[in-house]
Design a protein around this ligand. Structure first.
Ligand SMILES: O=P(O)(O)OC[C@H]1O[C@H](O[C@H]2O[C@H](CO)[C@@H](O)[C@H](O)[C@H]2O)[C@H](O)[C@@H](O)[C@@H]1O
Length: 272
């Protein structure tokens, strides 16, 4: 078993004690990219360490619920993460729009705005001379990545306004992330997704503890949700998978670890 780094906050230490006291009523949820899987140039190649599935399975055997809450389509996270055989795992995809559990996927049809925006994207990017931009078709959303460009951050900034216009014209919102701008339907976020897990059995709104691990801007609503639960008396632990690209989570976390290997170490050490 790994050693768990000590949270820097009293709230974090309280949450760990609560988890140890009542593991069967605890919820542990993790983001996928940058948290369970390393950041790589090609989104289709972002595979989790082989130990991740085992760590989630071990935790799932003793905790109330283990979940992955991701901006990816749920089935893609399951496939890339090698998570298909993790007993009891829930994967909420597309920021909570999709739910995967026990091999069953519930996924709504893509919003018409996504279909229209996707069709316009090649012309728009071509007209802007967005060399190096990569379009990721996520079915219920469409993402434009700039990691492969000569100047990734500059290109991202240049695309922000035109992609914002495109999204607005089609009733979509722009979800910013690590060198990516995603056009997706409004009305879901990881905070609501996490709350849906808290409200469901076996917790029915009163878990003994909620742990959330994330790395990117899209994880901030889940951090907000944990803060709100704490205000209601539910202990919570916020874990940031640290990176040089995004610092906003590390500034709020109870525990900052060194990327996905550090998160895996935490998951292993959470076992009572
Ligand atoms: O909520 P997440 O599970 O963290 O998903 C967020 C986005 O992650 C992916 O993009 C990020 O990871 C890629 C692979 O490492 C990397 O190339 C890219 O630069 C990152 O932004 C994914 O491709 C997106 O669809 C997700 O929304």
């Amino acid at each position: 078993m790994s050693t768990l780094p000590v949270p820097v906050t009293e709230a974090g230490r309280t949450a760990l004690a609560a988890l140890a006291a009542a593991p069967a009523q605890a919820l542990v949820a993790c983001d996928y990219d940058g948290t369970l899987a390393p950041i790589v140039d090609d989104p289709a190649a972002a595979r989790a360490d082989a130990g991740v599935a085992g760590a989630l399975a071990d935790l799932g055997a003793v905790l109330g619920r283990v979940a992955v809450v991701t901006g990816r389509p749920a089935a893609v996270a399951v496939e890339l993460g090698g998570l298909a055989d993790v007993p009891g795992l829930v994967v909420l995809g597309h920021y909570g729009l999709e739910r995967w559990h026990g091999g069953e996927l519930s996924a709504p049809d893509p919003a018409p705005g996504v279909v229209a925006a996707r069709a316009e994207l090649p012309g728009l990017l071509g007209g802007l001379g967005a060399d190096g931009a990569r379009v990721e078709d996520k079915r219920a959303a469409v993402a434009v990545h700039t990691r492969g460009a000569a100047a990734p951050q500059e290109l991202l900034e240049r695309l922000r306004a035109p992609l914002g216009d495109l999204a607005a014209r089609h009733g979509l919102v722009v979800e910013p992330g690590r060198l990516v701008l995603e056009l997706r339907p409004p009305g879901v976020d990881k905070g609501a997704a996490l709350r849906s897990l808290v409200e469901a059995p076996p917790f029915d709104g009163r878990p003994s503890c909620v742990v959330f691990c994330g790395d990117d801007l899209g994880d901030l609503p889940a951090f907000d949700a944990v803060d709100a639960l704490r205000a209601q008396g539910v202990p919570g632990l916020l874990v940031a998978s640290g990176s040089d690209e995004v610092r906003a989570l590390a500034e709020r976390a109870d525990l900052v670890v060194d990327g996905p290997p550090g998160v895996l170490q935490v998951l292993r050490a959470l076992l009572p």
